[in-house]
Every structure is written in C-alpha cells, then in structure tokens.
Design a protein around this ligand. Structure first.
Ligand SMILES: C[S@@+](CC[C@H](N)C(=O)[O-])C[C@H]1O[C@@H](n2cnc3c(N)ncnc32)[C@H](O)[C@@H]1O
Length: 220
C-alpha cells in the first residue's frame, strides 16, 4: 500500500481537543519504558529535546524519567501548545524545567548540546521525511542519544481499518479519522532504513516494537 499524506500540522480546534483529551496512557507509558530500556545510562541527562510535542503528555512524563533534565519541547501548532502551556501552568514545580517552543522543526535551531532527542508520532506528519532526519542530524552531537517512535504503515487498507477498530473504536470520530489517516501516512521499517542510509545515519537501529509502532534509536 502506498503512503498517503495527511496534513502536517494539527491545528483544527476539534481535532486538537480530541487529541489532547484522549487516553494515551498505554502507548505513552510504553514509549517511556522502551526509552529507559534502550538508554538506561541517560538517567542523569541534563538536556532533552522533544520534537512535535503536541499537548505535552510525553514531555511531562520525561520530567519524571529524567529528573535532572531541562526539556525543550517544540511544536508548530499553537493550538496544541496552548493545551501544553495550560497543563504546565497548573504544575508550578515544573516551571523552569520545560520550555514549550512554538516552531516548525524545520525552522528550529538551538545552541544546546542535547543529551537526548526524542520524538513520538511526528515523522509520519512530515511530507518529506529526509527533512526530519536532516534536522535530527543538525541538532545532534556525537554524544546525543536519539530515540524516535512512530506509527508503522500497514500492508493493506483492511489492516489499517482493523487497527483503527482495535485501538480507537470508542474514541471520538475525529480521533478515529486521524489515527486511520496517520497509519496510511506512516512508513514501513525498510523505508525508514532507506531514509537513514540516505542521510548517513545508518548507525541508528530500527525495530518494530508493537503491531503499529517502530522505534529508531542510538547515537548518530
Ligand atoms: C500526532 S501529534 C504527536 C504529539 C506528541 N508527540 C504525542 O506523542 O502525543 C504530532 C504533532 O506534531 C506536530 N507537527 C507536525 N509537523 C510538524 C513540524 N514540521 N514541526 C513542528 N511540529 C510539527 C503537530 O502539530 C502535532 O502536534
């Protein structure tokens, strides 16, 4: 099945509130567990970058996983960041530990040497994936650990429908639509390996970790 693009940014008000209010406890906790498993030495990390942070659920989880870290969290959607900022407002003990930054990743630059760069569910939103990997390279030093999770494109429409019904059947219709469209916009493991090879990033490992997720991890 060929890749079918979905809109890059999530800015529709109904779409954003459905996403921000959805229960992602299972996949997001799995993200943190896998991250800790594959970078167990990073507990002491001081600087973390979260690309495409959305309403910040994973960003907030990162503050617990990396208690000494300051986290820069970037998203191109002001609507998403409004949710994230409102949650941060209610957690004064985290003020100074998270910087939510409104920017397209294409335009984002930083002088920080990040110990860790993470991203969840962003890659499939980017029309030209090499733009994403280029930015990762640009923002990394040889010591930076990379941990990316994204959806996997199923082989068939029927499989995409099956996964939608299995995982988001009882969620609002708009979330079901977005999940389905995201599956169709995602990449296969071999496509991601090709992207990494083109960008001279073959040091990074690619692994399928669930029926709908892959991870990319390592030092560049
Ligand atoms: C599916 S959400 C994932 C949010 C969050 N990482 C999570 O796991 O809950 C993808 C986010 O990436 C943002 N996004 C898409 N393309 C982007 C780009 N080029 N630069 C910055 N943010 C982008 C969207 O606006 C959206 O908030």
């Amino acid at each position: 099945m060929n890749r079918l693009l979905e809109p890059e940014l999530m800015i529709e008000p109904e779409q954003v509130s459905a996403y921000a209010e959805a229960d992602f406890e299972e996949p997001h906790s799995n993200f943190i567990d896998l991250l800790k498993h594959y970078c167990s030495t990073l507990y002491e990390a001081r600087s973390v970058l979260d690309l495409g942070c959305g309403p910040g659920d994973i960003t907030f989880k990162l503050t617990k996983a990396f208690p000494k870290a300051t986290i820069d969290a970037v998203d191109g959607s002001g609507e998403m960041l409004k949710f994230a900022e409102d949650i941060l407002e209610g957690k004064p003990w985290l003020h100074g530990r998270i910087n939510f930054i409104h920017s397209m990743i294409q335009d984002f630059n930083s002088t920080t040497q990040y110990d860790l760069i993470i991203s969840n569910s962003l890659l499939h939103h980017i029309p030209e994936p090499l733009v994403f990997w280029n930015k990762i390279k640009e923002l990394s030093s040889p010591e930076t650990y990379i941990f990316i999770m994204d959806l996997l494109r199923p082989d068939t429409i029927e499989e995409a429908q099956r996964l939608r019904d299995l995982y988001v059947k009882y969620e609002p219709e708009i979330l079901q639509r977005d999940f389905y469209n995201s599956l169709l916009a995602a990449f296969e493991v071999d496509e991601v390996r090709e992207q990494l090879a083109k960008e001279d990033l073959s040091n990074l490992d690619v692994l399928q970790v669930t029926d709908r997720h892959l991870i990319v991890f390592g030092n560049i």
